[in-house]
Each structure stands twice: as structure tokens, then as C-alpha cells.
Ligand binder design. Structure first.
Ligand SMILES: N[C@@H](CCC(=O)N[C@@H](CS)C(=O)NCC(=O)O)C(=O)O
Length: 228
């Protein structure tokens, strides 16, 4: 199996955490596709994922799987013992629902804000982000406000349950956790009054899969091309 990703990018980080949770990092090859160089918007990559986003998992039979949830479900079920996507019909349903809320209410709007309301990953990628659209900044600000409301919602969820989908750590925690990483990258502060969210974040950060996962930061070339 080969994972097409860009180390340090939020959505690919979801899969790095999954690999570490499942203990299967050593079964994976990694191939870097540079987001900063917009390699994911070129024809060769679009044949693998027409949505032009990372991560993509290439299976040994040549199948390309995209969407972090689809990749997570595949990897979680490989050994017949899913631990991140649910075992019973009810667990599967609740995890799927909460995962989607974490995407729609936090991770995705932050991504839109980052790419459209800030310089994002730089000039080469901005060409693909509708720079001519006059209302772009207002739209990005609305997405940021949506994400801020999402953070409040999840603080409430985590006041009631230890993890996003209930008693067990799951794919939905990974999505929200990466949403908070993306908030940091996009310069969106997480209000200190969200104490349940903060305590949960510390707990998740302490998981070996999160602490020791590979590919945690943008590499030196990436940082140089961004002017750091
Ligand atoms: N729904 C996708 C989202 C993937 C996504 O947005 N990936 C980001 C990397 S963090 C990306 O490739 N962004 C490139 C772009 O927006 O041009 C998933 O679940 O994998």
C-alpha cells in the first residue's frame, strides 16, 4: 500500500494517526505530493482523485481510495478488528454521524477559511482558489464563524462524554483533533473557556498514536518555499 500525502497537512495527518493506532505504519509506503507546488491539481494526480485533494491511498491492486473516512474504514477493517469505526451497527452509525459533524462544523470550514481567507499555502496553490471572486473574504469569514460555532458545539459534547462519539476513542475524535491542529495553522484561537474541549485535546495529544505519529510537520523545503 502507498499513501500519497504531504507530511504536516491536516487531512493526511488523520491517516498517519490511524496507521499508528492500528500499528501498521510499517506496511505503508509514503509518497509526497506537494500541496505548496500544487502537484495535487495536475492531471496526473487528478486521475487518482478528481477532487484534487490529499490523502489518497493506493492499494496493491492499483485501486485508489480517497476521502479520509473511506481510507480509515479500509485500514481499520483490514485485520477484522475495527477499533476506530465501530463494531456494532449502533457504534458505526454514531461514529459516522459525529465524524461528519466534526468535518462539516470544524475541519472543512477551517480549511475553506485557511485557503480562501488567508495566504494559505502560498502563491502556486492560490491560483486554484478563485482569487478573482470579490466576495471571497466575506465568505471565508463566514466559514470561520461557522467553525467557531462548531468548537462551541463540541465543547458541549465533550462536557457530556469522554470522547466525541461516546465512551471510546474513534475516527470522529481524529477528525476533531485534526480540526484543532488546522485551527492553529489558520490562526483561529480556541477560546480558553472551552475547558472540556481543552481537556479532551490534552488526553488525545497524549495517545501514543498521536504523540509519535510520523509526518508531523511540513518539511524544510515546504517551509523554505513559504518564506520561513
Ligand atoms: N474530504 C477530504 C478532504 C481532503 C482535503 O481537503 N485535503 C487537503 C489537505 S489538508 C488538501 O488536499 N487541500 C488542497 C487544496 O485545497 O487545494 C478528505 O476527507 O480526505
Amino acid at each position: 500500500m502507498k499513501l500519497l500525502d504531504n507530511p504536516g497537512a491536516p487531512n493526511p495527518a488523520r491517516i498517519r494517526i490511524v496507521l499508528a493506532e492500528k500499528g501498521i505504519d510499517d506496511q505503508m509506503q509514503f509518497e509526497k505530493v506537494s500541496l505548496i507546488a500544487a502537484e495535487h491539481k495536475q492531471d496526473e494526480f487528478l486521475k487518482k482523485n478528481p477532487l484534487g485533494v490529499l490523502p489518497v491511498l493506493q492499494l496493491d491492486d492499483g485501486t485508489y481510495l480517497s476521502e479520509s473516512t473511506a481510507i480509515t474504514e479500509y485500514l481499520d477493517n483490514l485485520d477484522g478488528h475495527p477499533v476506530l469505526t465501530g463494531r456494532t451497527p449502533k457504534e458505526k452509525g454514531v461514529i459516522h454521524m459525529m465524524q461528519r459533524r466534526a468535518e462539516a462544523m470544524v475541519l472543512d470550514p477551517i480549511g475553506i477559511y485557511f485557503h480562501h481567507g488567508t495566504p494559505g499555502l502560498g502563491a502556486q496553490l492560490q491560483v486554484y482558489k478563485s482569487p478573482e471572486w470579490a466576495h471571497r473574504t466575506e465568505w471565508a469569514a463566514r466559514e470561520r464563524a461557522k467553525a467557531e460555532a462548531g468548537l462551541s458545539y463540541f465543547n458541549g459534547v465533550l462536557e457530556a462524554t469522554p470522547f466525541v462519539a461516546g465512551e471510546q476513542f474513534s475516527m470522529s475524535d481524529i477528525t476533531l483533533f485534526v480540526g484543532l491542529l488546522f485551527a492553529d495553522l489558520a490562526g483561529i484561537p480556541i477560546p480558553e473557556r472551552y475547558t472540556a474541549l481543552a481537556a479532551w485535546r490534552v488526553k488525545v495529544s497524549d495517545r501514543p498514536s498521536v504523540k509519535n505519529r510520523s509526518g508531523q510537520s511540513l518539511d524544510a523545503d515546504d517551509l523554505r518555499s513559504l518564506g520561513f
